[in-house]
Design a binder for this molecule. Structure first.
Ligand SMILES: *[C@@H]1O[C@H](CO)[C@@H](O)[C@H](O)[C@H]1NC(C)=O
Ligand SMILES: *[C@@H]1O[C@H](CO)[C@@H](O)[C@H](O)[C@H]1NC(C)=O
Ligand SMILES: *[C@@H]1O[C@H](CO)[C@@H](O)[C@H](O)[C@H]1NC(C)=O
Ligand SMILES: *[C@@H]1O[C@H](CO)[C@@H](O)[C@H](O)[C@H]1NC(C)=O
Ligand SMILES: *[C@@H]1O[C@H](CO)[C@@H](O)[C@H](O)[C@H]1NC(C)=O
Ligand SMILES: *[C@@H]1O[C@H](CO)[C@@H](O)[C@H](O)[C@H]1NC(C)=O
Ligand SMILES: *[C@@H]1O[C@H](CO)[C@@H](O)[C@H](O)[C@H]1NC(C)=O
Length: 403
């Protein structure tokens, strides 16, 4: 551990990512047996969830920091697609009439935030915040490398938009350094920008999923799962202590993971949990997708939270539908195609319905991430509402604005 260096770390990343890209993106969670008979609160309309023996499943999508992605600036146009009436004032941007603030939240990683390649820029992040602020008032990040916390908070400041962000730390289970590096970057950003636009700090992205895969386990509540949970909880506890010591002790601390990979002890260590729920990876057909997502989230994640002592607030960390595949083998999920019309169907059947019933979700994702297409192929680089060059895909944004 003390022999950590940049090259060693990059090697770890490549090894990890190669392993990830080879393994199937769909992992059945042995059996997530959630035993609860309770009125589930936290869903506005109130929904009764009975005892569930759900043989559940969840997806694995690789997201966030790491690897040496191709940090190509947006479309050779400096990443700027949003006109400003005053070129020197990012708050003077012009609104796009096709965009409606109908999303509870959106998942976002600034382009060029994969350590150590980096390559992100404030001008691109400003452009992204200008666009996303026309769709939502909440975004979640995945990590804190390459100064992304500060860039996002600076962009919110300069654009003067109504935007709240979940900052994030993406620790690696084999190396203590990435956690510490990101923890310190988060604290530094909070010291510069304060907490008024920050909703919380998410520690871990698919930490349990990765730990189990790396250590030959499948059940997050097995002995192997509990060993992984202890590592994650040590990072969560350290984050709480570090935030408190810096005067930010009131910020919520949570974690994000694949929907079927929440450990019961982790549930009792977090203020909020974010769960990836992907009908695509579950081979669900597009016409069933929205209902499946809601059922899975309610029966698995909300139920598990309600059965815990701490009852953390739960949201869907990622849900969406891919619009293309880089290879023929992933052009469909067995049941439905990766296509723009199917993304439209998912938008039309999920977004306003979820808003009405109070489901908290982060739509996956803001734009097509080129580095994922390069590194993983398949559908990985094609989940955006926007193309890689920040032009809107051929979709109609649902019309159910949240205040
Ligand atoms: C790109 O953005 C930077 C920073 O805003 C600016 O200085 C530069 O002139 C821009 N380049 C082009 C080609 O627009
Ligand atoms: C990232 O990959 C590109 C293209 O392969 C290479 O030119 C660049 O040097 C790499 N950057 C780092 C930091 O390894
Ligand atoms: C991080 O971003 C902020 C906001 O743009 C900037 O002020 C600061 O200099 C950046 N830090 C580094 C190390 O790039
Ligand atoms: C954070 O987690 C990493 C990875 O599991 C671990 O190596 C490290 O010791 C932890 N650090 C702290 C301060 O909890
Ligand atoms: C909540 O919304 C989801 C889709 O977004 C829908 O499938 C589900 O039926 C809704 N639940 C209720 C109780 O209306
Ligand atoms: C989903 O479909 C793919 C391709 O048809 C198949 O390989 C995979 O096993 C299926 N996964 C599940 C969980 O059914
Ligand atoms: C955009 O989608 C509509 C259907 O919603 C379709 O009629 C039209 O041909 C598409 N346009 C392009 C450029 O693909």
């Amino acid at each position: 551990m003390s022999t950590y260096n940049a090259i060693g770390q990059q090697d770890n990343w490549l090894e990890k990512q190669q392993k990830k890209s080879k393994r199937t993106r769909w992992i059945i969670a042995g059996s997530v047996t959630v035993i609860i008979a309770a009125i589930v609160i936290g869903v506005a309309v109130g929904v009764t969830v009975h005892n569930n023996n759900s043989k559940s499943s969840s997806s694995d999508i690789s997201t966030g920091t790491g690897g040496n992605g191709t940090a190509t600036p947006g479309a050779g146009n400096n990443g700027s697609t949003v006109p400003q009436t005053n070129p020197n004032d990012p708050s003077s941007f012009e609104k796009d009439s096709r965009l409606i603030k109908s999303f509870y939240g959106i998942a976002y990683t600034p382009e060029g935030s994969q350590y150590p390649a980096c390559g992100n820029s404030l001008s691109q992040v400003i452009n992204d915040i200008q666009l996303m602020s026309q769709l939502t008032s909440k975004i979640r990040l995945y990590g804190a490398d390459c100064n992304q916390s500060a860039l996002v908070l600076e962009a919110i400041k300069q654009t003067k938009v109504d935007m709240q962000v979940y900052l994030a730390n993406f620790p690696i289970d084999t190396d203590p350094a990435p956690y510490l590096r990101q923890r310190d970057a988060i604290v530094q950003a909070l010291q510069t920008y304060g907490t008024s636009n920050v909703l919380g700090v998410t520690v871990g992205n698919e930490f349990m999923l990765d730990y189990l895969a790396d250590n030959g386990g499948t059940d997050p509540n097995s002995a192997i799962g509990n060993a992984g949970a202890a590592l994650l909880i040590s990072n969560i506890t350290d984050t709480r202590n570090t935030l408190s010591a810096a005067g930010f002790g009131s910020l919520p601390v949570g974690t994000s993971d694949a929907g079927a990979y929440f450990n019961n002890e982790v549930m009792n260590a977090i203020d909020y949990g974010m769960a990836n729920v992907h009908p695509w990876f579950a081979n669900v057909s597009i016409d069933q997708a929205a209902g499946w997502t809601w059922d899975f989230f309610t029966e698995t994640n909300i139920a598990q939270s309600q059965a815990s002592t701490k009852k953390p607030q739960m949201s869907i960390a990622e849900t969406g539908w891919p619009t293309a595949s880089d290879d023929a083998g992933n052009a469909n999920n067995g049941a439905s195609a990766a296509s723009v019309p199917n993304l439209q169907t998912y938008l039309d059947t999920f977004v306003c319905q979820a808003n009405t019933n109070g489901t908290q979700y982060f739509f996956f994702e803001y734009f097509d991430e080129t580095w994922k297409a390069v590194q993983f192929g398949g559908v990985e680089g094609h989940w955006g509402l926007f193309n890689a060059d920040r032009t809107l895909k051929n979709i109609t944004i649902p019309n159910c604005p949240l205040s």
